[in-house]
Design a protein around this ligand. Structure first.
Ligand code: MGD
Ligand code: MGD
Ligand code: SF4
Ligand code: MO
Length: 692
């Protein structure tokens, strides 16, 4: 075993990387004394981190050394579900039990009856997907389509731009206008907010486009409070005004875009009056936004995944990402659009995951966003589920089905986690995971352009194992003798990137290991698409997309209304559009079992506009139930003009078992999928709210 038992009793400072599913991927200085983590600070010499951490990770020693950390393998001894009890077993027994069950299921039902379920609870390249993928590929298990967060927006954006790339966030300090479109940066992308503040000190204006006056929106110069799920209509309305008022960069359009005439016809159908009615804003706001956008340069649009969680989530990003080519904003380093930077990294996914090990190159695929329905109805039936890096019982939509699925007596469930989550309560075998401070890893980012090494700071606590070592041992137990199962963590780090790629020129694993972090070899202060060169099939910004058409989708951006609004009887019965974005002190369900952060967030809450509250006789700070035909959960009402009428907002994601009613907001969310990419539609959710 490599890299998992380094320095018991050691003291000193170690270079780390934050492993959470956050665009900022901070570089950490981890101080250790007598084998305990005593302090975590943001690295001062790492440009994106700049010595600053969010509160969650600044208190990280509390998470690492939390008394509830799982330290030994466990076997469930009573019923599945909340209150489940477990007894300690050895790793030998745990691994033998899993291997025996997997062999039996593979023999009786085929290995595709076994489903891995993981997401980005650990975002390191090793922790996210390496030895685990090799194991499930070799086993011939079902594939998991990892759609829960970003697949719709990424696909829509890619159709226009070609890849998950955009302006360099470090350049945004020179922008004159920054539009924060559907992103609460203060909460979920703090280090971008820091750069936006610097731009503002240099004279930039900030505009937030968000149904709620969030912590970010309230600090911006202007706030456009549109209805959720209407962003593509707004983007098309802006295009309409830019065309009508001749605010275009005709030269940029002629040289570097494809399909302008077709998109022009489409956009001309989105006159401000129509868009104002769809978005629930005024015509004046649309006109002004278009004129400000065209007349202020450089103009940067920072968007994020909050707007890809409704039926038309893919189209929203597809449409927004067309805007900079209209005005030629891409000509400037501080102009353009940014959704994610992850496409800049030459990750060698095939080397890490080894899909060539699959006995059947096209096994069945389970969409993680419909795990509830699939556990209950997939044919052939799912017989075993292996959960790691995720907490599906709390985070997946439509909890009633998810819970019924996990409760199936005939389902064999393994959970690997640091804590006994809501999902862990349904495990047959519950395994202890190390934190990233107990393991080696290498990280890319989806918010900046740096690579970071995460060195282990302390020895694994108890008998906890990293994901890599768990699947290495399980492979051995299953008798998989392929040489790749002997790769240690350092070998995996070497395999993680294609080091011959020009973006890694001058870098090597040895150099990174010594220095801790490095920026990709991309020029600072450059405008990536000033002269076109988009990574699309045509090399142009694709207003018209042949690849969308060949997948049976509209080749042009369009507005796709939220699915639930289109059902008028449903809208009459459940008139409020519920969105459930992240709470500042939680990261999905991570940190939501910390007494410190629970105290900060107080209790599950739903924010309502005073008009909606008074129409229902709901007073501020009073208990309410939020419900629809899928289910209900309880919360405290916060009556506030920060929420626009017709919208309810409940911050997420609370642990079910730590909530007063034993449920959370995913009781009411839907398993319907987005227009493209098979994504979850968490924010396409009509509800009614009533006092209790
Ligand atoms: N503190 C904290 N940080 C996090 C997370 C967390 O849970 N907590 N989660 C991490 C993860 S997994 C992700 S994917 C990212 C998410 O990062 P973002 O996508 O930036 O997510 P949010 O911060 O929720 O910002 C989304 C904002 O969009 C608004 N919104 C909702 N629906 C719509 C819509 O239809 N249109 C528009 N224009 N706005 C809409 C919400 O009110 C919210 O303010 O954040 C990451 N960072
Ligand atoms: N209603 C609603 N639901 C949502 C969202 C929303 O906005 N609203 N957001 C959605 C989004 S964007 C996302 S990304 C998903 C996130 O959902 P998940 O990916 O499930 O994220 P977490 O809830 O943080 O759970 C991650 C788990 O991984 C564990 N973990 C951390 N490191 C390791 C490790 O190294 N090994 C192992 N084995 N385990 C580890 C953590 O302890 C934690 O329990 O939730 C989605 N659900
Ligand atoms: S959660 Fe985000 S902001 Fe906080 S330390 Fe990690 S990467 Fe940085
Ligand atoms: Mo996410």
């Amino acid at each position: 075993m490599a890299n998992t038992s380094p320095m018991p009793g050691a003291s000193g400072t170690v270079r780390g990387a934050c492993p959470h599913d956050c665009p900022d991927t901070c570089a950490l200085d981890v101080t250790v004394s007598d084998g305990r983590v005593i302090k975590v600070a943001g690295a001062a010499d790492h440009a994106p981190t700049a010595g600053v951490l969010c509160t969650k990770v600044a208190f990280y020693p509390e998470r690492i050394h939390h008394p509830d950390r799982l330290l030994h393998p466990l076997r469930r001894v009573g019923a599945k579900g909340p209150g489940a009890s477990f007894e300690r077993i050895t790793w030998e027994v745990a691994l033998a039990t899993i291997a025996e069950r997997f062999r039996r299921i593979a023999a009786e039902s085929g290995a595709e009856a076994i489903v891995p379920y993981s997401y980005a609870g650990n975002s390191g390249l090793l922790g996210y997907g390496s030895m685990d993928r090799r194991f499930f590929h070799r086993l011939g298990a079902a594939q998991l389509d990892r759609t829960i967060c970003a697949s719709a927006g990424a696909m829509g954006y890619r159709a226009t731009i070609g890849a998950s790339v955009g302006f360099d966030a470090e350049s945004v300090v020179d922008a004159r206008l920054i539009i924060l479109w559907g992103t609460n940066s203060v909460v979920s992308n703090l280090h971008f907010w820091r750069l936006a503040q610097e731009a503002r000190r240099r004279g930039a204006r900030l505009i937030a486009i968000d149904p709620c006056r969030t912590a970010t929106a309230e600090k911006c110069d202007q706030h456009v409070a549109l209805l959720p799920g209407t962003d593509s209509a707004l983007a098309l309305g802006l295009m309409h005004v830019l065309i009508r008022d001749e605010l275009l960069d005709a030269d940029y359009i002629a040289r570097y875009t494809l399909g302008f005439d077709a998109l022009r016809e489409r956009a001309l159908q989105f006159a401000p009056a129509r868009v104002a009615a769809i978005c629930g804003i005024s015509e004046g706001e649309i006109e002004k936004l278009a004129h400000d956008y065209a007349s202020t340069s450089p103009a940067a649009i920072r968007t994020n995944y909050g707007i890809n969680r409704t039926a038309g989530g893919g189209m929203a990003l597809r449409a927004i990402s067309c805007l900079p080519a209209f005005t030629g904003a891409w000509r400037y380093p501080a102009g353009g659009v940014l959704l994610s930077t992850s496409g800049n990294y030459p990750v060698d996914t095939a080397a890490l995951e080894r899909p060539d090990l699959m006995p059947n190159s096209a096994p069945r695929t389970i969409n993680m966003s419909t795990i509830g329905r699939d556990l209950l109805h997939a044919q052939p039936a799912i017989k075993a589920l292996f959960v790691y890096n995720s907490n599906p019982v709390a985070i997946a939509p439509q909890s009633a089905e998810v819970v019924r699925g996990f409760a199936r007596q005939d389902l064999f469930t393994v959970v690997h986690d640091l804590f006994q989550t809501d999902t862990a309560d349904y495990a047959d075998i519950l395994l202890p995971a190390t934190s990233h401070m107990e393991q080696l890893d290498i990280h890319k980012s989806y918010g900046h352009l740096h690579i970071q090494v995460n060195q282990p700071a302390i020895a694994p606590l108890g008998e906890a194992l990293p994901n890599t070592e768990l699947f290495r041992r399980l492979a051995r137990q299953m008798g998989f003798s392929d040489a790749c199962f002997a790769d240690d963590d350092e070998a995996l780090c070497r395999q993680a990137f294609d080091w011959s790629d020009p973006r890694l020129a001058g870098l090597s694993w040895e150099k990174l290991k010594a220095d801790g972090h490095a920026r990709l070899n991309l020029p600072r202060g450059a405008a990536p698409f000033a002269d076109g060169g988009f990574p699309t099939p045509s090399g142009k910004c694709e207003f018209y997309s042949q690849s969308m058409l060949s997948q049976g989708l509209d080749p042009l951006p369009d507005f796709i209304a939220p699915r639930e609004w289109r059902q008028s009887t449903l809208a009459a019965e459940f008139p409020l559009a519920l969105i459930t974005p992240p709470a500042r002190n939680f990261l999905n369900t991570s940190f939501a079992n910390s007494a410190r952060f629970l105290a900060q967030e107080k209790s599950p809450a739903v924010h309502l506009h005073p008009a909606d509250a008074s129409a229902r006789g709901i007073a501020n700070d009073s208990p309410v139930r939020i419900f629809n035909r899928r289910g209900e959960f309880r919360a405290r009402a916060i009556v506030s003009e920060r929420i626009r009428p017709g919208v309810a907002m409940a911050t997420s994601i609370w642990w079910r078992k730590l909530s007063p009613d034993g449920r959370n907001c995913n009781e009411v969310t839907s398993q319907a999928l987005t227009d493209m990419g098979g994504g979850a539609t968490f924010y396409d959710c009509l509800v009614e709210v009533a006092a209790v």
